[in-house]
Design a protein around this ligand. Structure first.
Ligand code: KG4
Ligand code: ZN
Length: 312
């Protein structure tokens, strides 16, 4: 049985084909980063228009790479929420129309469940229950994933998402969109520093205070005529951002006594995050699962996988 996945919720147009054993036959992704770079972030209207232009060629390429014809597809899964409304509509309407025309089932997929499913694609052995930390540009959520992949949200952010904070700090430092990977590359974690803001609310994640603390620091230094030590400020921010994730996740691992942790979403590609979580999980006797770096960002293979898993 073959599932076609479609993802258009933000600035990636992606179509994938996976089989019922979660093997990826193709996963074609066209990124619009170069288009949105000039504006310093994603422009929703431009994203939607580009999805319309890209979707058919991306579908053709995905079928070609999977070496199949469209008639061989058994079901279509597409992101239907959440996302930029105009952008998400392109994939949803396209997917539904395709399923209708082929007379096969259409599975609406929540984009966040898609990210979770990237854990299953990269780690077939992952077992429920597990805690799932989803860290992306739009979300910072800790879930408990129970049997049959039934999810329960344990904790979310009170304000900004962690990826969003990475992007905003990057922007102020003059690093190009999307800034997360640039901040990570610039950070020199071997430098000494005093954490700029290592406090956050008790019951949730929060990144707007950290973002503001970094922005204020940069502005003060500029006013004093001091130059900004980029590797140091990026390291300081990255330390505080990841430390918050470590500390909250540890709290819930201990509270729930669950011994498996999965981390997914764009920020899970961050090398420092991977190293720190790996160390923490080792010390707690927790099994850590991560997606392959190529599946951390938005892609349609994870959407097809979520369709197959039928996550609730
Ligand atoms: O999951 P994703 O591709 O899209 C959303 O659903 O939001 O996540 C994108 C986010 C962006 O904020 C980007 O800056 C961040 O993930 N990101 C990173 C890294 N790679 C991507 N943040 C920190 N370090 C990275 N290496
Ligand atoms: Zn995403």
């Amino acid at each position: 049985m073959l599932t076609l996945g479609i993802e258009t919720s933000c600035d990636e147009t992606s179509v994938a084909v996976i089989d019922d054993k979660f093997n990826i036959l193709s996963n074609v992704i066209i990124s619009q980063i170069d288009i949105h770079k000039a504006f310093g972030g994603v422009v929703p209207e431009i994203a939607a228009r580009n999805h319309i232009e890209n979707i058919l060629p991306v579908l053709d390429e995905a079928l070609k790479k999977a070496n199949i014809t469209i008639e061989q597809i058994d079901q279509v899964a597409a992101t239907t929420e959440p996302g930029l409304p105009g952008a998400v509509m392109v994939g949803r309407v396209f997917g539904k129309s395709l399923a209708n025309a082929l007379n096969i089932p259409f599975i609406p997929v929540n984009h966040l469940h898609g990210h979770m499913s990237s854990l299953r694609l990269s780690n077939p052995e992952i077992n429920t229950p597990f805690l799932c930390l989803l860290v992306s540009g739009g979300h910072t959520i800790l879930y408990q994933v129970n049997n049959n992949w039934e999810t329960k949200m344990l904790c979310t952010t009170a304000d900004d998402a962690v990826g969003e904070a990475f992007d905003k700090v990057a922007r102020v430092l003059g690093l190009q969109y999307p800034g997360g990977p640039k901040v990570a590359q610039t950070a020199d974690m071997s430098l000494p520093f005093t954490p700029i803001l290592n406090k956050f609310p008790k019951d949730c994640f929060s990144y707007s205070g950290l973002k503001t603390a970094v922005l204020n620091f940069i502005n003060r230094e500029k006013q004093k005529g001091n130059s900004i030590n980029m590797p140091e400020i990026c390291a300081n921010f990255q330390y505080c951002a990841i430390n918050q994730l470590l500390s909250k996740t540890k709290e819930f691992l201990e509270k729930t006594e669950i011994k498996t942790l999965g981390i997914c979403g764009g920020v899970s590609a961050n090398q420092y995050l991977r190293e720190q979580f790996s160390e923490m999980c080792k010390s707690l006797g927790v099994n850590l699962y991560l997606p392959n770096p190529s599946l951390c960002g938005d892609n349609a293979a994870m959407i097809a996988a979520a369709g197959l898993l039928n996550i609730k």
